[in-house]
Design a protein around this ligand. Structure first.
Ligand code: GRG
Length: 306
């Protein structure tokens, strides 16, 4: 594995592999269970969405942050799957004709193409309580108190709501065809993408019952790495192929979206993503959190090709 400015990439590769395995297995089991529980076209569509295979970066961040502050239980996989389920809901709705109107996601037809728009709309909403159930079951398995569950749920669903993901997406949609300032664009990116990534990092810390200063360090890392992730996404939309991403490319330009690439150019955006990722890792060092695995993930996030 090559050395990068963020250390070796081997630790990120291992974490991502583990996150993919555990998340795909857990969500596959839930898909089967929910399909028979609902027993309808909605059940099949819900299972379809749960089974779409993503990179599982948010799950890897949950595992990595949990372990960085001493967590050791395999039960953390359920928390990771809960975060990925909120993310999947956002992708199902993001692809709808009233939003980005995309046909392909994760190399497969989007949920509304595989089924239909009303079904995909319902599936998006149905995924939110599935995430809540996953979080509840997993915190029980981790032996956490109901007040810790309450704090984790609040973190996750606040990040997924108007103060985070929904709010950021809303601003993003409103801004189509308009040129945002860098400060406005940063607010969009921190909301629509960064908030859930930050929550993944905070949830990992909360599940390990991290001390407050370490939790603050993980939150600061998550805040920066979430922004860096979306800047890298802007770069990939302008530079990667549809085969590499499993979704259409060049959509930002087609929809006249403000992006870091539009404002800073491709190289400028790459440099900015790397600068912010370095800053993210510095928060861990300042909080006394081992940064080998999380530094490696930061490197993956800004250097990835898909
Ligand atoms: C009601 C306004 C309103 C919004 C609903 C749709 C929505 C909520 C939010 C959209 C948030 C969104 C899709 C942000 C983009 C995040 C992003 C960069 C997704 C791609 O993540 P990857 O690369 O994808 O991790 P995989 O497929 O690997 O999981």
């Amino acid at each position: 594995m090559p050395e990068t400015a963020f250390g070796t990439s081997a630790q990120a590769a291992d974490l991502l592999l583990e996150a993919r395995d555990s998340t795909d297995t857990l969500l596959g089991d839930w898909a089967e269970h929910l399909e028979s529980e609902l027993g309808s076209r909605d059940g099949r569509a819900l299972a379809y969405a749960l089974r779409t295979p993503g990179k599982r970066v948010r799950a890897a961040l949950v595992l990595g942050t949990y372990r960085s502050v001493g967590g050791r239980s395999p039960g953390i996989a359920g928390v990771a799957a809960a975060v990925e389920t909120v993310h999947t809901y956002s992708l199902v709705h993001d692809d709808l004709p009233c939003m980005d109107d995309d046909d392909l996601r994760r190399g497969r037809p989007t949920a509304h193409r595989a089924f239909d728009v009303p079904t995909a709309t319902r599936v998006g909403f149905l995924l939110v309580p599935v995430a809540a159930r996953l979080l509840t079951v997993s915190t029980r398995e981790l032996g956490l108190s109901s007040s810790t569950l309450g704090r984790m749920a609040s973190e996750l669903f606040q990040a997924g709501g108007i103060e985070g993901m929904v709010g950021g997406q809303w601003l993003d949609l409103e801004a189509e065809g308009r040129t945002l300032t860098l400060a406005e664009l940063m607010a969009v990116h921190r909301g629509k993408t960064g908030a859930l990534i930050r929550a993944a990092c905070v949830l990992g810390g909360m599940a390990a019952e991290a001390e407050p200063h370490k939790l603050a360090g993980l939150m600061a890392y998550g805040e920066d790495i979430g922004l860096a992730f979306q800047i890298a996404d802007d770069v990939l939309d302008a530079t990667a192929t549809s085969e590499e991403l499993g979704k259409p490319v060049g959509r930002d330009a087609e929809l006249s979206k403000s992006t870091y690439v539009a404002l800073l150019g491709i190289e400028g955006a790459r440099t900015e993503a790397r600068r912010i990722a370095v800053k993210a890792v510095a928060h861990l060092d300042a909080a006394g959190i081992p940064s080998d695995a999380l530094g490696s993930l930061a490197g993956y996030i800004v250097n990835r090709t898909s």
